[in-house]
Design a protein around this ligand. Structure first.
Ligand SMILES: [Zn+2]
Length: 292
């Protein structure tokens, strides 16, 4: 539901963040070789969108060429995981309570869903590997600290891995996860992906160097701070175009997650994977993930 009304989360200061990042020189196209200077950002309101299975039937005798593969994997997108369902309409639309999340995770467990990672899905497309029956992927966007506080214990309870897409400029700021918390997520078996440096709508960025800064330098920062490879990118607002998708691929990610348009994927979707906004409701949740 990209493009819905906008929720202004609040005005807060981004700490001075001055660094010169020299992009890798030899391995990337010309726009990637331009040194990018990251300057202290203005304190702008951080806005977010307000709304914002099946085993592949029978394996063929001859493996299907990876570029032809298709599958159904619900990719769930969560934002706030709060203890109460209150506040503004916009906030509520981005909230799933811990109680409902618990119900949804129990539903997945009881119905025999297998929570996989983006690596599993990429391996399915790129390597010809198979997926388990009823695969599903769980993701959390923006790096809200409520995810660490309220979702992580439930993920640990059900032994479900999830991918946390974080905005690198916001790490450690009020309301968002810190670097030590990200390390704990990794220790608990979670994955960390990039959700850009500052959460812009990538389709509005005309300058390739700025686009590269958002896509690539966020990856470099996460990898240098966390000392793990970062192979997943989620487009802010789920908004992407050909240029953005190609840059995500060129930056070395294996997948790019868009938003909110379905559960079916083909090999050509790897940098524009569809997803589902998880509702704060078990009945609708069931309907969404059982959609075709
Ligand atoms: Zn976001």
């Amino acid at each position: 539901m990209v493009g819905g009304s906008i929720l202004t989360i609040g005005r807060w200061c981004i700490a001075s963040f001055l660094a010169t990042v020299v992009s890798s020189a030899a391995l990337h196209p010309s726009w990637a070789r331009q040194p990018v200077t990251l300057v202290a950002a203005e304190a702008e309101p951080f806005t977010l969108p307000a709304t914002d299975v099946q085993q592949p039937s029978g394996l063929p005798e001859t493996p299907t060429p990876p570029e032809k593969r298709k599958t159904k994997v619900p990719i769930l997108v969560y934002h706030h995981i709060r203890l109460t369902y209150d506040g503004s309409r916009g906030l509520r639309r981005m909230t799933v309570t811990a109680e409902v999340l618990d119900q949804q995770m129990k539903f997945l467990q009881d119905r025999g869903y297998h929570v996989i990672t983006f690596s599993d899905l990429a391996d399915y497309f790129d390597q010809g590997r198979e997926l388990p029956t009823l695969p599903v992927i769980i993701t959390f966007d923006d790096g809200w600290v409520t995810q660490y506080e309220n979702a992580l214990p439930l993920l640990a309870k059900y032994h479900f891995p999830a991918t946390f897409f974080v905005v690198t400029d916001y790490i450690g700021h009020r309301g968002f996860v810190s670097w030590p918390q990200l390390q704990t997520l990794l220790t608990e078996g979670m994955k960390i992906g990039s959700h850009s440096r500052s959460h812009p709508r990538l389709t509005k960025i005309a300058d390739p160097a700025q686009l590269w800064d958002q896509v690539y330098n966020s990856k470099v920062m996460l990898e240098s701070q966390l000392e793990v490879p970062v192979a997943e990118f989620a487009y802010p607002y789920g908004s992407y175009n050909t240029e953005a998708a190609e840059m995500v691929k060129a930056a070395g990610y294996r997948v790019g997650r868009a938003c909110c348009t379905g559960v079916a994927h083909t090999s050509t979707d790897v940098f524009a994977l569809r997803a589902i906004m998880a509702p704060n409701d078990l009945t609708r949740f069931q309907k969404y993930i059982e959609a075709r």
